[in-house]
Design a protein around this ligand. Structure first.
Ligand SMILES: [Zn+2]
Ligand SMILES: [Zn+2]
Ligand SMILES: [Zn+2]
Length: 134
């Protein structure tokens, strides 16, 4: 992740590097405020955390998702995909929704509508949380 930011010619400051490292260690969805709390002892302010999250989001390395009514982020692989988010453990599973999207594009074009952006997100329980009876 750091490497990709550097390739983009972004000055990597020590605080920014700490934020990127903390983000890269996340598994599944995480709350930005929890990240702020986590990094505060290291002297990293809220503004730096949010600015870095924005940079990562702009470059497609992070995606903003909704979780239990609040904003969260998840680390992303490259390529267009969507997410299944577990409400119990915050696990995030990527899914390729291209078939569905093609169908929707088709419906939209029949209505002469040009789709510019879309959101598609699913929340529920992952396999292990179902087994635990969450
Ligand atoms: Zn993703
Ligand atoms: Zn999509
Ligand atoms: Zn789960």
């Amino acid at each position: 992740m750091l490497q990709r930011l550097n390739e983009d010619g972004l000055r990597s400051t020590a605080p920014r590097e700490s934020v990127v490292k903390a983000v890269a260690a996340k598994r599944g969805a995480f709350n930005p405020e929890a990240l702020v709390d986590e990094l505060r002892p290291g002297g990293i302010g809220r503004a730096t955390v949010y600015r870095t999250l924005e940079l990562l989001e702009e470059r497609g390395m992070l995606t903003r998702i909704h979780q239990a009514g609040c904003h969260a982020f998840t680390v992303c692989d490259e390529g267009h995909h969507h997410h299944l988010v577990c409400n119990a453990c915050s696990k995030v599973l990527p899914i390729d929704a291209r078939n569905i999207e093609d169908e929707i594009q088709e419906l939209a074009s029949r209505l002469k509508f040009r789709v510019d952006t879309h959101m598609l997100e699913f929340a529920g329980l992952c396999e292990s949380c179902q087994a635990r009876g969450a």
